[in-house]
Design a protein around this ligand. Structure first.
Ligand code: LMR
Length: 334
């Protein structure tokens, strides 16, 4: 080989090495809600913290509002490695084969964020995240959204008001059972399709925390919103496990620190974000807010705690009981 050719070869190799060293590690973080929600804001905060804590060696790009993948596709994409990070609602892990997460969908299981945090910040929450590992997925954290309202084009006050209503739900068997217990017809649908389905009458109503209702403009196509707080909706932040395990150790540590801070931030803002969204729905005058009387709420609860018993075999009696123990849920016997 001529000396010139050899030198050029060495130079090319050097250039490639420098380029590789300089190229940041890319993480795609896909989610389905608006950027201006608890999850959207926390994902953006994580991206910013990841950059700072790794001195720019990691570049997290956040894709909000289903711009990259819809609900079902994003789980598949994560396992295939076409996206590295997601924060799906806890109601969406059944199709992945981890149906225990549906425990969080049980109606009236948690009275407030304090009770919920006993689970998500304790051993039960950790043992649930650990179940993801053999699906090629690593659970990093729980991020709060909030307590759900019910919406429709008729006022939903009494249990009988649900009869025959087509209600959009997430892909959770517990939510299916919940709507059936009320006498409604549940329909599983991707989040990105809900606004149009409500607008065109494909479904009559739905449930979500106010932050999702407001940022998707669902209140503009729903005449009534019942402040039922009948169930919780939150997220598990997950990553592709082989990708995460393959990161240099110092990068992984920095990203773990970023996740702890982003999680604190998510859980600090969630309640206020939902209170603000509800105030905006009210101010818009587009839908009427309904507060249930104590009697109406008691009737919903009586009907809906039955779902705990119906779902005990699917989710695990022990798991449900361990949550009752943490929260002191007055939910009767399973
Ligand atoms: C839904 O109703 O599908 C929402 O849970 C979406 C989300 O991620 O909050």
């Amino acid at each position: 080989m001529k000396t010139g050719t050899l030198l050029t070869g060495i130079l090319c190799l050097l250039c490639a090495t420098v380029a590789l060293a300089a190229d940041p590690i890319a993480i795609k973080f896909s989610h389905v809600v608006a950027a201006d929600t608890p999850k959207g804001k926390a994902a953006d905060r994580f991206a910013q913290l990841a950059k700072e804590k790794t001195n720019g060696r990691v570049e997290v790009t956040v894709y909000p509002n289903s711009t990259l993948f819809k609900d079902k596709e994003e789980m598949e994409a994560l396992q295939l490695g076409s996206v590295q990070m997601l924060a799906p609602s806890l109601a969406k892990f059944g199709p992945l084969g981890v149906k225990e997460f549906e425990v969080f969908d049980l109606p009236y299981l948690f009275d407030d964020y304090g009770q919920l945090h006993k689970v998500t910040k304790g051993p039960v929450g950790k043992s649930l995240l650990d179940k993801l590992a053999d699906k090629g997925v690593l659970g990093l954290a729980y991020w709060d959204n909030g307590f759900k309202v019910m919406s429709a084009n008729k006022p939903l006050k009494e249990v009988r008001d649900f009869r025959g209503q087509k209600m959009r739900i997430q892909s959770s068997k517990v939510l299916d059972a919940q709507m059936r217990a009320l006498g409604a017809n549940p329909q599983v649908m991707a989040f990105s399709e809900v606004y149009q389905a409500l607008q065109t009458g494909v479904v009559d109503g739905t449930e979500n925390p106010p932050s999702n209702l407001y940022t998707q403009k669902m209140h503009e196509v729903q005449k009534y919103v019942t402040l039922s707080d009948h169930g919780y909706l939150g997220y598990a932040v997950i990553v592709n496990k082989p990708f995460w395990d393959g990161l240099p150790a110092d990068i992984r540590t920095a990203l773990e620190e970023a996740m702890v801070e982003a999680t604190d931030y998510a859980n600090e803002i969630a309640k206020q974000e939902n209170d603000d969204a509800l105030a905006k729905v009210k101010a818009s005058g587009k839908s009427e807010l309904i507060t249930l009387t104590p009697e109406q709420k008691a009737a919903w609860k009586k009907k809906l705690v039955e779902v705990h018993r119906q779902m005990a075999d699917r989710i695990g009696k022990d798991l449900i009981e361990s949550i009752y123990q943490e929260t002191g849920c007055d939910c009767g016997k399973l």
